[in-house]
Design a protein around this ligand. Structure first.
Ligand code: TYM
Length: 335
């Protein structure tokens, strides 16, 4: 007897095309995306609209957007199973964002940590987009009625506000949006800077602070060699007192799938130099095949174009359905 197929849960996530993704982006988010493609109905978006909250150089933004698409394919995301698209190709994101802006309070936005951080960093350009960024992100998620959103820990606050906005609209107009849940991996949801391990690894920091997915083996080894540790000599996991060493252990654990306890046991009596070279080799080994595939995809512009065109069509259809539903409930005359 034929069984009715169970409807898969929907996943949406995104990444900004600013610079090359870091090992933090990879461990905290991207590689989990690949693990989800069979079990869920997945959409992964290159969040290009989000990037202009900070000034971008046009040619660079365009090039980095295409590179990011090639990288998503290079980490193994299958465009037959996942919808891969550029956010700016689906205008419903901007439309939904206007609507949701009107259901979001100034006070909520001013409490966002990222707004406070970024407005301190770019004091000469505190634009309205930077302020309402979480509303655009909420629109990204709610347009697709996503059940789950796989992200790193730094996005928790944005996800919370998205849930609040969705619940608020549902409370006023009935069942408009699915309330999404965050989806976090067990290890590596917050990979830290190699130079300042109290902070997250971020591509907007100086070069030595992060490993980029496209770094050469030499650069990777050099950056780990220079990574900040502490003045003890014991390899022990203690994020509070030994953030540098603990960060290296978490990265190693994420890359090798070995639990941290097992790693510290196997490294007992060894020095920080050994730990650094072990993490470096694990990183090189993980990234080498990705880099090779990346180079191949970058040589096939026609294929990349076919992927993003189809992605925009598929995403657009889903997004339009939710946008129409939401606008109708609010009281706009149907077109
Ligand atoms: P972005 O581009 O800053 O980062 C992409 C993903 O990488 C994760 N991440 C990290 N994880 C662990 N350790 C780190 N050091 C680290 N740095 C970054 C982020 O948590 C994220 O999952 N606003 C988002 C993009 C976005 C989005 C969305 C995400 C736009 N719309 C809708 C999900 C759903 C951002 O700037 O991510």
């Amino acid at each position: 007897m034929e069984q009715t197929p169970v409807k898969k849960q929907r996943i949406l996530s995104g990444i900004q095309p600013t610079g090359t993704p870091t090992l933090g982006n990879y461990i905290g988010a991207m590689r989990n995306w690949k693990l989800l493609e069979d079990e869920y109905d997945c959409l992964y978006m290159i969040a290009d609209l989000h990037t202009i909250t900070v000034r971008q150089e046009p040619a660079k933004l365009r090039a980095q957007s295409m590179q990011l698409l090639a990288l998503l394919l290079a980490i193994g995301l299958d465009p037959e199973k996942n919808v891969l698209f550029f956010q700016s190709h689906v205008p419903q994101h901007a439309q939904m964002s206007w609507v949701l802006n009107c259901f979001t309070y100034m006070g909520e936005m001013s409490r966002m940590t990222q707004f406070k951080d970024k407005s301190a960093k770019h004091a000469d350009n505190i634009n309205c987009g930077l302020f309402t960024y979480p509303v655009l992100m909420a629109s990204d998620i709610l347009l697709y009625q996503a059940n789950l959103v796989p992200v790193g820990q730094d996005q928790t606050q944005h996800l919370e506000i998205c849930r609040d906005i969705a619940a608020r609209v549902n409370g006023l107009y009935g069942n408009v949006f699915t309330i999404p849940e965050g989806y976090y991996s067990k290890v590596g949801t917050r990979v830290r800077s190699l130079q300042d391990p109290k902070r997250k690894m971020s591509k907007s920091d100086p070069e030595d602070c992060f490993i980029s997915i496209l770094d050469t083996p030499d650069a990777i080894r050099r950056k780990y060699r220079r990574a900040v540790t502490d003045s003890e000599a014991e390899i022990r996991y203690d994020p509070e007192n030994k953030p540098g060493v603990s960060n290296l252990l978490s990265i190693l654990s994420a890359l090798t799938a070995e639990p941290i306890d097992a790693l510290t046991a196997s490294m007992a009596g060894k020095g920080y130099g050994d730990l650094k070279s072990t993490v470096a080799e694990a990183t090189v080994e993980t990234l080498a095949p990705i880099q090779a595939r990346f180079a191949q995809y970058m040589n096939d512009k026609a294929y990349l174009e076919s992927v993003y065109r189809r992605g925009a069509e598929q995403a657009g259809r889903l997004a339009e359905r939710t946008l129409q539903k939401c606008m109708k409930k609010i009281g706009f005359v149907a077109r």
